[in-house]
Design a protein around this ligand. Structure first.
Ligand SMILES: *[C@@H]1O[C@H](CO)[C@@H](O)[C@H](O)[C@H]1NC(C)=O
Ligand SMILES: *[C@@H]1O[C@H](CO)[C@@H](O)[C@H](O)[C@H]1NC(C)=O
Length: 797
């Protein structure tokens, strides 16, 4: 500075401007700072300054410099700011004059103000904001604001720099005005998703010493571009759902995110499966990704579903994922029973373990839900055996009997092992067909039937009936008369059996007096093949009818001759004159005879024993009584109606034979018997005597016989066997009435004594009267049947 001043003074010294001085000072000197020793430089005395009232004259409004007259120096009065003073003009100088009076002199003073680096570069704004899309391409330029430095020269703006330099680089352009345009060039793509806002600092530096700088914030907001596709959180989602879950059940939620923002990140979910089964079952909420059921999941139909899901943002970018939905089985299927083959009819004689039906069972569920057990009701002659793979055979387990149970309803029930268990059942109807395994069975073990004699031939006697437990033809019973003979005659000539109805017909008219009963067998045979049969014994009992009148055996009725019983006049009251003997070949009541006096010469003299036919006197015989007495005795049986026979008994009341003779000769048969009278009388007498003796002998022998019988019976305590007179015992055939009633039979013999014998009916004692030999009775079966009695100790000859 000193050199400058010196130089100026040198120049002034050799120029016209002795009165001109120049100084150079930096700006911004503090107040009072010395600018220059003007007195010295102008060669003026300090006193001159005082006297001359030296002062500064300037046209500027402001005085930056003052003159110190005492010291003769110029001092800084106001802070001098070059920038304010000269702006960018260089050089910058203050021009003023120093005026002196007495004499008036003036001097020109120039103060050149030099720049100091007192101003930093300054940006017009503290901050610049940019909005740049992340999709901006590399090379894109953005104009930045320039900085301004008031200083000049080297102190002026020198350069810029931008930090950080990650994405942008700075580019300076020299512009037409000599300034530099500042541009920012994109060097590396922006990524909003990484850095949404970028803060840069642009620094401008000047060239001063020390260097100064100014900064500006550059705030870059990265605008979103739809450069990010939605991304599912998982590529594959898994979910399970139990089948038959209700509609609306949330199966899973898929989530996708989009790094973009705004509408670029608004995600819409959708299902992309084309197959209807998915679309009809599942639905995704397009906003929140919840997958719900809108249809029914059926495990049996599909065990797993693959749902393809798409997430798309509004810019059209997408991502896809897969949702695998496994369906869990529930026990929603009952076992299904199928009958593979069956017999509806089986024979009752099938062997054990015969397969009746094969069924297959299927349950669509899985695991325990599909495990099936089958059973049939108990107490059936069948069992269910399980073969492999849910096949069951129904086999017979015990013997079948159609006659007991002809039809079975077999219910096969199957249930699975699910909880709760489901079951189903099927009913098979099985008919048991018949086998001819039952013979006909007669309703009774033996039959007995009664038929009254003298029936009309062809009369139906009764019906045998047999039933057969089998069915249809096997139960169709035919009745067959078994061959046998009765009394040497084929039984078929007695009876016939109707094959269809079992009605037994009489073939002929029976005569009780000939045959009292007979037996035969009837066979019942069914229509099976081979047929089965059984037989039964039928006993026909012929019942007596009162078809025979009593027959008088004594007195014998001769054609013309007269037989008379003699009664001595001395006879006592009750004298037995004679006994009428009669028989009736009928039996029972029909043979129960009673005797009555029908007519008599003198009714007061005789009576007839009602039951024994004995004719006795009932008063003393007198001389007045006629010799010839004629009695008519009627013999009646007890049948309904009763039959009777009459007999005339001649009685001679006389003491001597001639008396009798004369009497009988006189009265009745006077002419015819005259010649032979004597002969006949003698003959009659002889006959009477003979008969009498015979009777005596018979009575005695009977007595002896009975005495012997009673001895045996007392010792054997057996029922009393009635005595049958050898010739007339047939009248006692009481077997006929055995079941009707027991009655006591009073029998008469030809005993002269009253002889009424009582005996019990002998059941097996059957007598047959042979009609061909009249008057003779044969004991045939009576003896035999007694002999047949196993316990009988008796022998009857
Ligand atoms: C079997 O079932 C049928 C029809 O349901 C019925 O008519 C018949 O009586 C039943 N049989 C038996 C033995 O229960
Ligand atoms: C009757 O049947 C039995 C068996 O019940 C048999 O012993 C008998 O011989 C049969 N009789 C006739 C005559 O067929």
């Amino acid at each position: 500075m000193e050199r400058q001043v010196t130089l100026l003074i040198f120049l002034l010294s050799f120029g016209f401007v002795l009165g001109q001085v120049s100084y150079t000072i930096p700006e911004e000197m503090s107040k009072g700072s010395l600018v220059g020793n003007i007195a010295h430089d102008l060669g003026l005395q300090l006193s001159r300054l005082k006297s001359g009232k030296a002062r500064i004259f300037t046209r500027d409004s402001e005085e930056f410099v003052e003159l110190n007259r005492e010291r003769g120096v110029l001092l800084v009065k106001e802070r001098i700011d070059r920038e304010a003073l000269c702006k960018q003009t260089t050089p910058c100088a203050l021009h003023f004059q120093i005026i002196l009076e007495n004499p008036m002199e003036f001097y020109t003073v120039t103060i050149q103000v030099t720049d100091i680096n007192d101003n930093p570069p300054i940006f017009g704004k503290r901050e610049m904001k940019f909005k740049i899309s992340e999709s901006a391409v590399i090379g894109a330029t953005f104009v930045l604001e320039r900085a301004v430095d008031l200083d000049v020269g080297v102190n002026n703006l020198k350069s810029y720099n931008l930090k950080p330099t990650d994405n942008f680089a700075l580019k300076l352009h020299n512009s037409a005005d000599g300034n530099k345009n500042v541009e920012m060039v994109l060097q590396k793509p922006l990524d909003r998703e990484k850095q949404e806002q970028i803060n840069l600092v642009l620094t401008a530096v000047d060239g001063g010493e020390p260097q100064m700088s100014g900064t500006m914030q550059i705030v870059i907001t990265v605008l979103d571009a739809n450069d990010n596709a939605p991304v599912f959180t998982q590529k594959t989602y898994k979910a399970t759902v139990t089948e038959n879950s209700p509609k609306g059940t949330v199966v899973a939620t898929v989530t996708a995110s989009d790094a973009d923002e705004g509408s670029n990140s608004k995600i819409t979910y959708s299902i992309t499966n084309a197959l209807e089964d998915i679309i009809n079952i599942f639905k995704v909420n397009e906003d929140n990704g919840k997958v719900t059921l809108i249809g029914n999941t059926d495990f049996e139909n599909s065990r797993s579903y693959q749902i393809h899901l798409l997430a798309s943002d509004e810019g059209g970018l997408t991502d896809s994922c897969k949702l695998i939905v496994d369906v869990q089985d529930t026990n929603d299927n009952s076992p299904e029973i199928k009958i593979m083959s069956k017999s509806t009819v089986i024979s009752e004689d099938v062997k054990l373990n015969t397969v009746v039906t094969i069924i297959s069972v299927d349950d669509e569920d899985s695991g325990n839900n599909g495990k099936v057990n089958c059973f049939i009701s108990e107490n059936m002659p069948f069992i269910l055996t399980s073969s492999s793979n849910n096949f069951y055979s129904l086999v017979t387990d015990s013997e079948l009997d159609r006659e007991r149970i002809s039809e079975y309803n077999i219910t096969v029930s199957c249930s699975d092992e699910g909880v709760p268990s489901l079951s189903s059942s099927v009913t098979l109807t099985l008919q048991i067909s018949d086998v001819n395994d039952n013979a006909p069975v007669f309703e009774r073990s033996s039959y007995e039937a009664y038929i009254v004699e003298n029936n009309t031939p062809g009369l139906s006697i009764f019906t045998v009936k047999a039933t057969d437990a089998d069915w249809n033809q096997n139960a169709r019973v035919s009745y067959i008369l078994e061959d046998s003979s009765v009394n040497g005659v084929p039984v078929s000539s007695y009876v016939s059996v109707s094959a269809d109805s079992g009605v037994i017909h009489a073939v002929r008219s029976f005569d009780y007096e000939q045959i009292k009963d007979f037996r035969f067998h009837v066979k019942a045979q069914d229509g099976g093949s081979p047929p089965l049969s059984s037989n039964v014994t039928v006993k026909i009992l012929i019942q007596d009818q009162n078809d025979n009148p009593p027959q008088v055996l004594y007195p014998v009725q001769t054609g013309g001759s007269v037989v008379a019983e003699m009664v001595p006049r001395s006879a006592e009251v009750g004298y037995l004159v004679t006994k009428v003997v009669a028989v009736d070949v009928d039996s029972g009541q029909n043979a129960w005879l009673s005797y009555k006096l029908q007519k008599a010469t003198d009714r007061a003299l005789f009576e007839v024993g009602l039951q024994n036919g004995e004719i006795r006197t009932i008063r003393q015989v007198t001389d007045k009584d006629a010799v010839k007495q004629r009695l008519t005795v009627i013999v009646e049986d007890n049948g309904q109606p009763s039959r009777s026979a009459t007999v005339i008994v001649n009685v001679a009341v006389a003491d001597s034979f001639p008396e009798v003779l004369s009497e009988f000769t006189d009265s009745t048969h006077d002419k015819e018997y005259n010649d032979n009278l004597t002969f006949y009388l003698v003959l009659a007498l002889a006959v009477v005597s003979f008969l009498f003796i015979t009777c005596l002998v018979v009575i005695i022998s009977v007595k002896i016989y009975r005495w012997r019988q009673s001895r045996i019976l007392y010792h054997s305590s057996l029922p009393v066997i009635p005595y049958y007179p050898p010739r007339y015992s047939d009248t006692l055939g009481t077997g006929t009435l055995q079941h009707v009633y027991n009655y006591e039979v009073c029998r008469t013999t030809d005993s002269r004594k009253s002889d009424c014998k009582f005996g019990r009916a002998a059941s097996q004692n059957v007598l047959v009267m042979d009609p061909s030999s009249t008057g003779t009775m044969q004991r045939m079966q009576g003896e035999k049947s007694i002999l047949d009695e196993p316990d009988s100790p008796l022998e009857v000859s």
